[in-house]
Ligand binder design. Structure first.
Ligand code: UGA
Length: 449
């Protein structure tokens, strides 16, 4: 058992804290948001994430997992994981490190001056390359070591990705003695995960571990997200070409995906990527390499970003074309608000952006989502939200499916058609059974098909 603190209790930190308790450690989660800490302390998840509620409740009840707003409660820990957010700066493309600095300053202030044993500060947040080295300098004053240990979890699969990750990456200090100490501490935290003990019900598997320096570990994370974003924008560019030529992007993706050098995953064309990670990470990566003087190296990521954002305007244009040239005065049901299914996260959500663009173009919009209602009410109160699909489609001229929730994929098109004024469906995630919707009398608009 290791004593662990996890600083920052959002999607990443809260799931990491509960997972560390689940594998037997004594964990305290720290966050400055008192409301969030109050909920977590009662074993209640402050956001929707499949499987997280049970994991949280179980570990809070066992006493292995506690939460606090007071950094002093972290001082007993041997390892401090930093999982605070690094959003896009309000005044530019780069990452805003304000939360990283606030969290590490607050931690530094409570760490003992003459520790018996050096503690380890393990960064999990996505940061610009160079951050870990700067933090190591800062913590050396208190004899604490720094490691960078990026997180690759996907929302919607956060629990599984944390307990059964594809790989663990350790960015360690340059000094060999310090590196050995830091590696041993991380190994202790991840012992069960590394050994594969958490892979219940599957073939016994060891988790690959990549041991490297700070810069590589920081870069692995942004490189991975940039590559994923590139795959999505690549297939969306192919979708644009399919639209212009009568091709079918779904078939194209399937056919190229049989080549396992390419692979089938992350080639689903549609309204593009959103969320709190991919969009801001490609912008921050570019901003950082510009600072390093490599101004042209990541220019292609601007195109990746532009292709992605263009899918949102393409949706509006397709709807306008189908509705006689304009969406003005037309009632459009927007199915989906979350940036992807099985999440209530609406950060940089394509669905939210498209809904706003439709409203700006004069449409009467009704948004619905199975889980994101409360988040929309809090963070996007400008959107007219209704609780059910029935309310959204009632008398509508068109529907736009922008998040591929199972509830939406399984809708009965005949039943939906009966409730609408005009039968136009825009399948912004290419997730509907096209033939069934056409048989039900719908004009079907796909993305590249
Ligand atoms: C992403 C990465 O996948 C994780 O590995 C990473 O840890 C995480 O960011 C992070 O940096 O914290 P996430 O943002 O949860 O995870 O979501 P993804 O599953 O990557 O999806 C991102 C967006 O791409 C969604 O809007 C999704 O709808 C879209 N997408 C995904 C597509 O449009 N097409 C696809 O084929 C796949």
């Amino acid at each position: 058992m290791t004593r662990i603190s996890v600083i920052g209790c959002g999607y990443l930190g809260a799931v990491h804290a509960a997972s560390m308790a689940e594998v037997g450690h004594q964990v305290v989660g720290i966050d400055t948001d008192a409301e969030k800490i109050a909920l977590l302390s009662q074993g209640k998840a402050p956001f929707y994430e499949p499987g997280f509620d049970e994991l949280l409740r179980r570990n809070v009840e066992s006493g292995r997992l506690t939460f606090s707003t007071d950094f002093a409660d972290a001082t007993q820990a041997e390892i401090h994981f930093i999982g605070v957010g690094t959003p896009q700066r309000p005044d530019g493309q780069g990452a805003d490190l304000a939360y990283v600095h606030a969290a590490t300053d607050a931690l530094l202030a409570v760490l003992p001056d003459h520790p018996e044993r050096a503690s380890l500060v393990a960064g999990k947040s996505t940061v610009p390359v160079g951050t870990a080295a700067a933090l190591a300098e800062k913590f050396s004053a208190k004899g604490a070591l720094v490691a960078w240990n990026p997180e690759f979890l996907r929302e919607g699969f956060a629990v599984d990705d944390t307990l059964r990750p594809d790989r663990l990456v350790y960015g360690l200090p340059a000094d060999p003695e310090q590196a050995k100490l830091a590696e041993a501490k991380l190994d202790a935290a991840y012992a069960k995960i590394l050994s594969g003990e958490t892979y219940e019900g599957r073939d016994w598997t060891e988790t690959p571990k990549v041991v490297t320096d700070y810069a590589t570990a920081e870069l692995v994370k942004v490189a991975a997200n940039s590559f994923l974003a590139t795959k999505i924008s690549f297939i969306n560019a192919m979708a644009e070409i399919c639209d212009a030529t009568g091709g079918n992007v779904t078939t194209l993706a399937e056919a190229i995906g049989y080549d396992d050098r390419i692979g089938k995953k992350f080639l689903r064309a549609g309204v593009g990527f959103g969320g709190g990670c991919l969009p801001k990470d490609i912008r921050a990566f570019q901003a950082r390499v510009d600072e390093l003087g490599l101004n042209e190296t990541l220019d292609f990521l601007s195109d990746i970003d532009a292709v992605n954002v263009r899918q949102r305007s393409r949706v509006v244009t397709k709807l306008a074309d189908a509705l006689g040239g304009s969406v003005e005065g037309k009632t459009i049901a927007v199915l989906g608000a979350a940036f992807k299914p099985d999440s209530d996260d609406i950060r940089d959500s394509p669905a939210v952006d498209v809904a706003r663009r439709l409203i700006a173009a004069g449409a009467v919009v009704r948004v619905t989502d199975p889980k994101a209602g409360p988040v929309v009410a809090k963070y996007a109160p400008d959107l007219p939200f209704v609780d059910t699909v029935d309310l959204a489609v009632d008398g509508a001229d068109a529907i736009a499916v922008l998040t591929e929730w199972t509830e939406f994929r399984q809708l009965d098109p005949v039943e939906v058609a009966g409730k609408m004024s005009h039968n136009i469906v825009l399948d912004g995630r290419n997730c509907l059974a096209k033939q069934a919707w056409m048989h039900a009398g719908f004009s079907y608009l796909g993305m590249g098909q």
